[in-house]
Ligand binder design. Structure first.
Ligand SMILES: Nc1nc2c(c(=O)[nH]1)N[C@H]1C(S)=C(S)[C@@H](COP(=O)(O)OP(=O)(O)OC[C@H]3O[C@@H](n4cnc5c(N)ncnc54)[C@H](O)[C@@H]3O)O[C@H]1N2
Ligand code: MOO
Length: 410
């Protein structure tokens, strides 16, 4: 009889951190095709952004001191000497007592240090009445204020979000070196599992749910999935299919057979794939206790519990971390969570982390979390839920009205 040597959630996170390597292969991608890829080398700014002082408003470029003392009741007077054209170097400059018209984004003319907004002036036949005093640098973006030449703009290991792509574009960078896209293999196991396309089920059969839920999550994380099909509860067949798939991919996900029943071969199959092998079998968590995590010759292998809600929750909690590590992503994991108030008391055993599926609703300007009660074999518990409440291992549950963190599903 096998027994689980159960790890806590925190121990499991540390073991993932210690055990999972990053893939080393990189590729160069065109910037517009690099969204959600992980940067493989730092990007150092080769120029200033902006490369010139620019106005942030439509107005008049002035010397701030020439506007001192101007107010609604006591306007100042400046002589208009020309205008700045967009995208061009100004041909006029600003000297004492002078002003130049400038559109939003235009280059500040020599001699000026700030821009006074159109709303605060009046052009009376070339004499500019100023009704407000300006501070130096007011309504101006300075050269290099956004990005300074020589600074590290984006570090190695950063996931490229739209804002990083925008910043790289501002420097004229068209290609970036990124870690290549991951490809993981997915295999379902179980004599009762049949393809989801099966029209009529025979007695005892179940359509494969986990392929769609797990591949869907992986795709959301910019990871490709190779579907290895469904294997029967037969050690030799399972081992052979797992090996074939393992050889083609960067990591392997096996669903079902993770428990310790007579036909649960997943552990033995994983051990056959390579060293060091299993580093977690059993986590003090509900749902998902029989989870298996392993590393076989540098490739992670995840044995997910078969129950569909358990498989999804476990893959979100641990699979995502494993894949982030494998992708070379270095930025700290910050899951999206909100605080909501629990509508009911929920007991929990100390020493075990519980993940409660909840429906979120807003009442009196506050978020409330209504637990969705149901077994982890029921996929609709996740269909009805908007997120997962974490009850950490040191707690004995949560009380009605208590504020709890909810990991929101998107
Ligand atoms: N004696 C014990 N029995 C069980 C324990 C335990 O600690 N001691 N843990 C239970 C928990 S918790 C879970 S979760 C399951 C996990 O078991 P397995 O990973 O071995 O999964 P299976 O037995 O293969 O399947 C469980 C369940 O899920 C259905 N399933 C499996 N794959 C799919 C799929 N791809 N799509 C849809 N449904 C799937 C399967 O038909 C079973 O009903 O073990 C408990 N037992
Ligand atoms: O802990 Mo298992 O994952 O529910 O049914």
């Amino acid at each position: 009889m096998q027994f689980f040597k159960v790890k806590t959630v925190e121990e499991t996170f540390s073991l993932i951190e210690e055990n999972i390597p990053a893939i080393e292969q990189t590729e160069v991608r065109e910037l517009a095709e690099a969204l959600h890829y992980i940067l493989a080398e730092p990007v150092i700014a080769k120029e200033n952004v902006p490369s010139f002082d620019r106005s942030t408003v439509d107005g008049y470029a002035v010397r701030a001191k020439d506007t001192y003392g101007s107010s609604e009741s006591m306007p100042g007077f400046l002589t208009l000497v020309g205008e700045v054209k967009m995208g061009e170097v100004p041909t006029v400059s600003v000297s004492n007592g002078k002003a130049v018209y400038i559109p939003t984004g235009g280059m500040l003319p020599r001699g000026s240090d700030s821009v006074i907004m159109i709303e605060h002036c009046e052009d009376v036949d070339g004499l500019l009445n100023t009704y407000k005093q300006n501070a130096p640098a007011e309504n101006v973006i300075r050269t290099g204020e956004d990005i300074k030449e020589g600074e590290i703009l984006v570090n190695k290991g950063t996931k490229l979000r739209p804002q990083e792509l925008g910043a790289l574009a501002s420097l004229g960078i068209t290609h970036v070196s990124v870690f290549r896209k991951l490809k993981v293999g997915y295999l379902s196991s179980g004599d009762e599992i049949v393809p989801y396309q099966t029209e009529t089920l025979s007695a005892g059969q179940i359509r494969d749910i986990n392929y769609l839920t797990i591949a869907g999550l992986a795709n959301e994380w910019n990871v490709d999935v190779v579907y290895g099909g469904i294997v029967k509860d037969d050690f030799d067949e399972f081992k052979q299919k797992a090996r074939e798939l393992y050889d083609q991919v960067d990591g392997l996900i096996l669903s079902g057979g993770s428990s310790v029943g007579a036909k649960d071969y997943t552990t033995d199959v994983i051990q056959s794939l390579g060293d060091p092998g299993v580093f977690v079998h059993g986590i003090s968590i509900k749902p998902g206790k029989p989870t298996i995590l392993a590393l076989a010759n540098g490739k992670p292998v995840i044995g997910l519990p078969g129950h569909p809600a358990s498989a999804m929750i476990i893959f979100q909690l641990f699979g995502q971390r494993i894949l982030r590590k494998l992708k070379g992503e270095k930025t700290e994991h910050k899951p999206e969570r909100i605080f909501a108030r629990m509508t009911k008391n929920i007991p929990s055993s100390p020493g075990r982390s519980d993940y409660i599926r909840v429906h979120l609703f807003e009442k009196d300007s506050e978020w409330w979390a209504e637990p969705i009660i149901g077994k982890s074999g029921l996929i609709t518990t996740l269909v009805k839920s908007d997120g997962i409440v974490e009850i950490t291992s040191e707690k004995e549950g949560v009380l009605q009205g208590e504020y709890v963190p909810v990991f929101v599903s998107r």
